[in-house]
Design a protein. Structure first.
Length: 639
C-alpha cells in the first residue's frame, strides 16, 4: 500500500491554506502531523479523503496523486448511527459482522456433524474453523471488551440503546467502531481529547501494534513520541517531513535551522567580501580581470535562503506573587468529596512551592476535588484547611464567563478597574489579544482564546496558590510549552488536573492519582510514579497472569469445547484417509518390485525399497498423530 501526493495545494477562494504538499503514507507508517492551531492540519486530513480539495502547488514537480492498492481510509468526520434503538453491543458487533456470520455457520455445521459425519460437511467445517482462527475469531471479543472498558463503558452499558448515551459518549462509540474496523489508513484528529490517561495509554498500545497505517493530528507530545515514526510539520503554509518521533522532530528541526542559519550567514559574509573586492578593483585596468572573476564567483553560487524563524508566537507573563504564603499551604484530612454520595476519600499535605498533579480516569473525582477545595461544592465528610496567608485562584475547564456578550477588554477591565487603557492593552497583548482582537465578544472566542483570557486574569491577580482544571485543553503545542515555562518559573504552590502526561511530567513534583476505590498520594514526579507502579506490577505479574490464563482457558473451554472436538474428529478422519492412501501406495510399490523387468534391476529395486521405507515412515508419523488426537478426545485434553 502506498498513497502519495506530489506538489499539491489547498485554497479557499483567494486564501492559500497549504501551498506545496508533498506527503506520503507507506505500509504500516505511523505519521504525526503537527503545527499551530489554524495551520491546516485538519484540512490536510480532509484532503486525504476528498482529493477534489487538492490543486497544483507552487513546486516544480508535476502535481500528482498516486494510490497503490486502493487503500480503505477510516476517518471520524461525522457521527451517524443508522439505528439509534440498537444497543451499544449491536453497534460494536457490526464491525465484526463477518465473524458473527462465521460463528453461526460453524454452529450449524457442528449440529450437522453430531448426527451425520459427512466428508463434505467435515471439510467445510474445517475450512470455516481455519478462517475463523485466521480472522481473529478467538480474540475479537476480548479485543472489544478491553476497548469498551478502557473508554469508560461498563458491562451494563452494552445493553443500553444508542439513544440513551450522551453526545460525548456517542463520539467515543463511533471512535471505537472506527478503530476496531481496522482500515488500511486510519486518520485520527486529536484522538486523545477528552480521554483520561488510562484510555490514552490503551490507545497508544493499540496504535503501536496496529498492523496498518495511521495518520495522527495531535498536540499530545508523549502520545506522538510513543507511536509515530515520521512527523510532518505545517508551518508558513508549507509541509516539512522529519524522520522519527516528536522528540526526534524537535531535535532535527533545531539542528536544521541552526545549520541553515550558519550556512546562510557564512555565504552572506563571503558574498559581501567578494563584492567589496570587485567594487574596489573593477575600474583599475590591472585588477579588472580579477574583480570580474569575483563577480562571476558570486553569480555561480547557489544562494542559500535565510531560514524562517520558528513560529513561536505565544503568550507570556511576568508572574508576580502579591503575598507570600506560609510554609504549610494545605492540609486535607479524610476528606470525602462528591454530590449525593462520596466518590473518594482523600488525605495529604501540601507545602509552599510544591506542584501537585492530579491524574486518573474521567468522572472519578478529580475536578470535584478542585471544586471542593475552591468552595464550589461542600465536603461530605472530613476536612481541609489552608495555611497562613494563602491567596488562591481557580481555573475552571468549562471556561464560563458571567457575561458572554462583553468584550475581552471589558471583561479584563471589570476585574482590574484601577488599570489604565494602555496598561490593560499591554497586558492583554502578552496573551495575544492585540489590535481589534481586544474588542471581540467573549461568545465568539475559541476555546484556546477563552483559556488565555482566564489565565491572563489569574496571573494578574498574583495568587500564591493556583487550582487549575485541565488548563492545556484547546492549546496547541507552542501554547502548552508557553504555559509550562510560566508554571515552572512560578514560585507559588500549584494544584492542577491534566490528562497531558508530558505536561504533568514537566510540572508536577508530587502526584495524586484517582483510581476506582482509592486515591494515592506520591511524593515524586510522574516519571518516578510510573516506575513505582510498574515495579508493583512486576511483583504481582506472574501470579496475576497465571490466574488470568486459568480463567481464560476455562472460559474458552466452555465455549469452544464441542467445536474443537468436531475439528479434531475431522482431522482424524482426514488422517485415516491419508494413511489408507499411503498403505495403498506401499502395496503398489511392492507389486512393482515383483515385476520381472525390475526384479533383476538392483538399482531400480533399491530405489523402490527406499521409497517404500520412506512411505512407511510417513505412515508411522501419521499413526502417531492419529493416536495423539484420539488420546486428546478420550482423555479430555482438547484445550
Amino acid at each position: 500500500m502506498n498513497y502519495k501526493i506530489i506538489n499539491g495545494s489547498i485554497s479557499y477562494g483567494a486564501d492559500t491554506i497549504l501551498e506545496e504538499i508533498n506527503f506520503e503514507i507507506k505500509e504500516k507508517d505511523k505519521i504525526g502531523i503537527v503545527g499551530r492551531n489554524g495551520s491546516g492540519k485538519t484540512t490536510l486530513l480532509k484532503a486525504l479523503i476528498d482529493n477534489e480539495m487538492l490543486e497544483e502547488g507552487v513546486g516544480e514537480e508535476k502535481f500528482n496523486i498516486y494510490k497503490q492498492g486502493n487503500p480503505n481510509i477510516g476517518y471520524l468526520k461525522q457521527i451517524e448511527f443508522e439505528d439509534k434503538e440498537a444497543t451499544l453491543l449491536d453497534e460494536i458487533l457490526k464491525v465484526y459482522n463477518n465473524l458473527v456470520l462465521l460463528e453461526k455457520k460453524i454452529e450449524k455445521l457442528s449440529e450437522k456433524m453430531q448426527s451425520n459425519v459427512d466428508e463434505d460437511v467435515i471439510n467445510e467445517y474445517t475450512k470455516a474453523m481455519e478462517r475463523y482462527e485466521i480472522d481473529g475469531g478467538y480474540t475479537y471479543k476480548k479485543e472489544y471488551e478491553t476497548a469498551l472498558k478502557q473508554f469508560g463503558f461498563a458491562q451494563e452499558d452494552k445493553r443500553k440503546k444508542i439513544s440513551q448515551f450522551s453526545g460525548g459518549q456517542r463520539t467515543k462509540i463511533a471512535f471505537l467502531k472506527l478503530l476496531l474496523s481496522k482500515p488500511d489508513i486510519l486518520l485520527l484528529d486529536e484522538p486523545t481529547n477528552h480521554l483520561d490517561i488510562g484510555a490514552i495509554e490503551w490507545l497508544e498500545n493499540y496504535l503501536k501494534n496496529y498492523e496498518k497505517s495511521v495518520v495522527i493530528v495531535s498536540h499530545d507530545r508523549m502520545f506522538l513520541d510513543r507511536i509515530v515514526n515520521k512527523i510532518y510539520e505545517i508551518e508558513y503554509a508549507s509541509l516539512t517531513e522529519y524522520k522519527g518521533n516528536y522528540t526526534d522532530f524537535e531535535r532535527q528541526k533545531r539542528l536544521n535551522y541552526e545549520k541553515q542559519l550558519k550556512d546562510y550567514e557564512y555565504q552572506q559574509k563571503e558574498i559581501k567580501r567578494l563584492q567589496t573586492i570587485a567594487d574596489r578593483f573593477r575600474y583599475k585596468p590591472s585588477k579588472a580581470k580579477m574583480a570580474m572573476s569575483k563577480l562571476k564567483k558570486i553569480e555561480q553560487m547557489t544562494i542559500i535562503e535565510e531560514p524562517n524563524k520558528y513560529d513561536l508566537k505565544s503568550f507570556h507573563s511576568n508572574f508576580e506573587i502579591k503575598v507570600e504564603s506560609g510554609k504549610k499551604v494545605l492540609t486535607v484530612n479524610n476528606l470525602e468529596i462528591g454530590y449525593d454520595k462520596a466518590i473518594a476519600k482523600i488525605s495529604f499535605e501540601l507545602y509552599k512551592g510544591q506542584k501537585l498533579g492530579i491524574i486518573g480516569e474521567n468522572g472519578i473525582g478529580k475536578s470535584t476535588l478542585l471544586k471542593t477545595l475552591n468552595g464550589n461544592i461542600p465536603p461530605l465528610a472530613g476536612e481541609f484547611e489552608y495555611g497562613y496567608n494563602v491567596k488562591k485562584e481557580y481555573f475552571d475547564q468549562q471556561l464560563e464567563f458571567d457575561n458572554p456578550e462583553s468584550t475581552v477588554f471589558e471583561e479584563f477591565s471589570k476585574n482590574f478597574p484601577e488599570l489604565t487603557t494602555t496598561q490593560i492593552r499591554t497586558i492583554l497583548g502578552t496573551f495575544l489579544f492585540t489590535g481589534e482582537n481586544v474588542f471581540k465578544e467573549i461568545k465568539v472566542l475559541s476555546g484556546g482564546e477563552k483559556a488565555r483570557l482566564n489565565l491572563c486574569k489569574m496571573f494578574k491577580k498574583g495568587p500564591n496558590l493556583m487550582l487549575l482544571d485541565e488548563p492545556t485543553n484547546h492549546m496547541d503545542i507552542v501554547g502548552k510549552e508557553s504555559l509550562e515555562n510560566i508554571l515552572k518559573e512560578y514560585k507559588g504552590t500549584l494544584i492542577f488536573v491534566s490528562h497531558d502526561r508530558y505536561f504533568v511530567n514537566k510540572i508536577a513534583d508530587v502526584i495524586l492519582e484517582f483510581e476506582p476505590g482509592k486515591v494515592t498520594f506520591f511524593n515524586g514526579n510522574y516519571g518516578e510514579y510510573t516506575e513505582y507502579k510498574n515495579s508493583l506490577k512486576d511483583v504481582n505479574n506472574a501470579e496475576t497472569e497465571n490466574k488470568k490464563e486459568v480463567k481464560e482457558k476455562k472460559s474458552n473451554n466452555e465455549y469452544f469445547l464441542n467445536k474443537e472436538k468436531n475439528r479434531i474428529k475431522a482431522k482424524i478422519n482426514k488422517i485415516e484417509k491419508e494413511i489408507e492412501q499411503l498403505e495403498n501406495k506401499v502395496k503398489e510399490l511392492e507389486k512393482n518390485m515383483k515385476e520381472e523387468t525390475i526384479s533383476t534391476d538392483y538399482i531400480k529395486l533399491n530405489e523402490l525399497q527406499e521409497e517404500i521405507q520412506k512411505t512407511n515412515e510417513e505412515i508411522e508419523n501419521k499413526l502417531k498423530e492419529w493416536e495423539d488426537l484420539n488420546q486428546k478426545i478420550n482423555f479430555g485434553e482438547i484445550l
